[in-house]
Design a protein around this ligand. Structure first.
Ligand SMILES: CC(C)(COP(=O)(O)OP(=O)(O)OC[C@H]1O[C@@H](n2cnc3c(N)ncnc32)[C@H](O)[C@@H]1OP(=O)(O)O)[C@@H](O)C(=O)NCCC(=O)NCCS
Length: 135
């Protein structure tokens, strides 16, 4: 999707494109009433994977989450936006930095909630690594 909108959320990344938006729902909460960290990681993985898929011009598989930080809790109704930036392109792998921000429910407050670095591998029809094509 990558629909950067200058009037939209801000992220401090050098090139930040929006790759995912989602609303946190009651089913995504943990027993403490805040949004489960696994849900956030999966949204970030979907965003990073979509970004890597575009760069790889085909299917990618997540091989590693190299770092992950949870800065602020997320609550039901918050609007999550994931921004992605390609950090590195190897022979078959693509490193993507993902930042997630939320617009708080019923509020204009916008905060960075998580960030991480995800690595994807371009795979062929046999699910084996294939070279990332040139841009
Ligand atoms: C992804 C997969 C096909 C890679 O196969 P592999 O035989 O391990 O691949 P290789 O050892 O040749 O490594 C491929 C690339 O990944 C990189 N890589 C492998 N393990 C890595 C790790 N732990 N962290 C970062 N990069 C890694 C390698 O450096 C290499 O990059 P390069 O070609 O750019 O130099 C295989 O590991 C796999 O199928 N894993 C399961 C994937 C999965 O189920 N993900 C969750 C759902 S999407």
């Amino acid at each position: 999707m990558s629909d950067r909108n200058p009037g939209d959320l801000h992220c401090g990344m050098p090139r930040c494109d929006i790759w995912m938006r989602a609303i946190a729902m009651p089913a995504d909460t943990n027993p403490h009433g805040q949004i489960f960290g696994g849900w956030l990681m999966s949204q970030m993985d979907l965003a990073g994977g979509t970004c890597a898929n575009r760069r790889a011009k085909g299917t990618v598989s997540t091989v590693a989450v190299d770092s992950m930080t949870f800065h602020q809790p997320v609550f039901v109704g918050d609007q999550l936006t994931c921004y992605c930036d390609i950090l590195k392109v190897g022979r078959t792998s693509i490193g993507v930095r993902v930042e997630a921000w939320v617009r708080r429910f019923n509020s204009d407050e916008v905060v960075k909630v998580t960030e991480g670095v995800y690595t994807y591998v371009a795979i062929d029809e046999n699910r084996r690594p294939r070279p990332v094509p040139s841009e």
